[in-house]
Design a protein around this ligand. Sequence first.
Ligand SMILES: O=C(O)CCC(=O)c1ccccc1C(=O)O
Ligand SMILES: [Mg+2]
Length: 357
Amino acid sequence: MRITEVTLQPLRLELVNPLKTARGTYAAREGYVVRLRDEEGRVGQGEAMPLQEFGTESPSDCEQALKSIHPNQLPLPLGEGRGEGMCLPLGGLSMRTPAARHAVEQALLDLLAQRQGLPLCRLLSAEAREEIRVNALLGAASPEALAEESQRAVAEGYETLKLKVAGRPLAEDVARLSAVRKAVGQTIHLRVDANGGWKESEAGPALAELGEYHLELCEQPVAAEEHEALARLSEHAPCPLAADESLALPEVVRALLNHPRTVGILVLKPMVLGGLLPALSLAREAAKKGLDAYVTSSLDGVIARAGAAHLAAALPSGRYASGLGVGHLFKNEPGNHPFRPVRGRIELPRKPGQGVN
Ligand SMILES: O=C(O)CCC(=O)c1ccccc1C(=O)O
Ligand SMILES: [Mg+2]
């Protein structure tokens, strides 16, 4: 395969309502769509949507990295084998610019899958699932509005709901979670995401109190680097803990894999991990150590979420729902595409490539 043309298109995603997390509030996202054309005229697409506070490069470093690539820097010694376990050499793009690397790798994988006549998920794994379950991300602030929002999600068919916690008094989070649990009943999975917003001394009591409402898991209760606190919290927590922001720190990833009871689950953000293949390799290594994993977007556009959905279908385990149901949060989300969840599920397109036009 030879790349004959690289094009970059700026992409700006405005949120309908700003999303509040313990790390900050997001009103819009900015990045690039990368398109690669091969010598036979096929086009592969990838997205770079940097989110620096979650461990990607800055928007300007991302832009600079993308503008530096050139078709003949993408030599693609890919053979025609499967994508399993491999890491694409991407010219000058390193893990120091993970979002830029993500975009180029994704576009190449899209092309490779098209050339092989396989859906991307089957290129990633021969055992890929045909559909994935996704969680609904609840954005409302007050208990009353949350109760309503969660009932709507459940009526739509979602079986897993995710709620941002921390960054506000614990009593408020207790009232919010209690309202959601009361509104949806006992069988729905409720996960919370603290985005590292608690100190260890706050996280213990918070998990104990919120655990009363039966949690599926808690993402990142304490700051990314605090893996020893995660290990101590896991001993007493009422639910599995999941590492999310921690995965942006390679030395913490090593610690989590070397001490597999630190957390039970890894939250894979391909944009932060530098691509779909690094994320898949991490999930496979984690699975060998008894750790589960699921995929979420970092509030990405539809192209990045498409790649992430194919990755989710290819993970060793499909036990946990993916965090890819965020399209409705954006004002300019394209209307009709296969990555919009229906009844809380995304069915992967069966056509070759990733299936985004
Ligand atoms: O998981 C989801 O449903 C949405 C993804 C999400 O919550 C998120 C979005 C942007 C940045 C960070 C995070 C996060 O999971 O912490
Ligand atoms: Mg998270």
